[in-house]
Design a binder for this molecule. Sequence first.
Ligand SMILES: CC(C)=CCC/C(C)=C/C=C/C(C)=C/C=C/C(C)=C/C=C/C=C(C)/C=C/C=C(C)/C=C/C1=C(C)CCCC1(C)C
Length: 592
Amino acid sequence: MGYDYWLVHLTWTIPPAALFTVGYWPFFTRLEIWKIVILINVAVYATIPWDSFLIRNRIWTYPADAVVGWTLFEIPIEELFFFVIQTYCTSLLYTILTKHLVLPSFLLDRSKPGAKNVGAAVIIAGIGFGAVCIMMQSNLTYMGLILTWALSVILFQWCLCGSFLLSFPKRQILMSVLIPTAYLWMVDRLSLQRGTWVIEKGTKLDIQFWGFLDIEEATFFLLSNVMVVFGMVTMDHAIALAQYDVVTSDSPGRSLPSLGKMAYSYMAQQRKPLDEGFLDGLCAAVTELSRKSQSMYLGSAMFQDGLRVDLIFLYSFCRVIDDLVDEAPSREKAQESIKEASQVLHWRFSEKSPKKPLYDYLQADMDRKQALQASPLLHSIALLPASRLSLGPLLELLSGFDMDLGFSFEKREFPIETEDDLEVYAQRVAGTVAAGLLELVFSHTDVQYSAEKQEQIIDAGQRMGQALQYVNIARDIKRDAAIKRVYIPTAWLKTKNLTPVDVITNPDNPALASFEDQMLLKADQAYRMSVKAIDQLPKDVRGPIKTTIESYMMIGQMVRKARRESTKIEGKLKVPLWRRLKLAWTAMYVNH
Ligand SMILES: CC(C)=CCC/C(C)=C/C=C/C(C)=C/C=C/C(C)=C/C=C/C=C(C)/C=C/C=C(C)/C=C/C1=C(C)CCCC1(C)C
């Protein structure tokens, strides 16, 4: 007996597995762990009969001094471990590389007609070729056994999720397959060179890459990684459909069903046709978010399943209103947009509004649908999860934008006159968003909260929203002055004999430093009063919410530091990526 084979694992397979596990640990969700556990089981049970058959037929052998000697169906225990660790590493890499994707957005079949059939034909041809190889009983035997076995699994996967795979991003799929494949080729080459395992002559083609890597082995590692990755995609397809059902349902609250239930309804394949308008809207909202704010896009990936999709729609609505107001040619036009938004929101939340997803309803009426697509505002309101939000905060948000329209340098109108005005403004533009977010959190969790408790948490959340808005204001004093807006209360300025006009005409005035400080102090206060409420939130949202809040508060610290060291800042002050990553890792770890 010997430890050569175990040594291969100790040096080559276990260290990367451990490294990736530690790095990713805080971000692991229960669903992701279950997916991987299931896949490992499938891989082990599917591979045992095949591998056992090949060993009995002496297609490859193990020198007795390389293995410990324990076997299962004649398969050395070390080899069984290989099935587990390879499946683990590849599926974990896939999980990391696809974490940011919004699964339901790939449900729309955008592939060319026939693409799925062409794929199936290629796979079937491969199986046929493999069968011929086996029947010839020659040096093509091993290749034939690999092709028939692996391609049968891949055909099954393709039949289930081919169209989903075709709309899934190619880069993530290729990287998840090719990185582990190239790595395992290297490991396999080394082990064949050392003679830890031996592929017997007579049943193999005897063609090697880099001197030792048999062409069959190279094919095997490629196809086994394809099976693993396609297996993950198949489960993600089932999950995407379940997420779609959650976010298009008009029930106020639902969490994702269990994996077993998802698998069952996936395999039963009895579904109503998908709402294409809704999925189009989702794709547009996701693209918009990733284009406008990469960090918000990646940050949103820490929220799970239906909650994340709903948050993207909430963001999209805020974004659309913001753009409409900012880009309006005149104050009157902007006010018109706000009024229109308010009317559509009232309709969307009224009893008369269809309980079905709005898009279903609109599909029946082509004119309405076209009108919807022509107007981003109607579009974003149609997609809002009205059954899980309330109208109040959204209308209040509109009144915040109205306040912004009150600024007029020419007429010397500055709506933030007192500290009270500042608080009202921050509540309207940020407190309301926090309230909406929390309403969605309560809808998507199984944890039961009394109405009283919810109200209490939403109160704290709104105050936290205000805190973040104060940080925003402190950071953007100069940028706001450039667009002739001053959020420092006129009353504060008066204490130093200044006016908002002075701020706009001389934003570099060193006297403004004290107001920046005062603003950040106000942020700290509001933060401290509400930070404890985070601990009362459902466990899986604490980490992401903490991360968002702490990165904002970190901006506040950087504003202070920049002021102390009188660093000149060009454009918008940002927290460096590595600091945000570290912060996210810690916040997620603590709340794991
Ligand atoms: C649950 C929900 C929500 C929905 C359900 C959706 C659904 C139906 C999904 C279906 C998924 C399926 C069917 C996945 C199947 C995955 C398989 C079979 C992976 C096999 C991996 C095989 C692996 C990794 C095998 C590894 C083998 C190795 C490393 C062998 C190595 C070797 C060594 C070391 C020396 C000698 C030669 C050899 C090549 C055998």
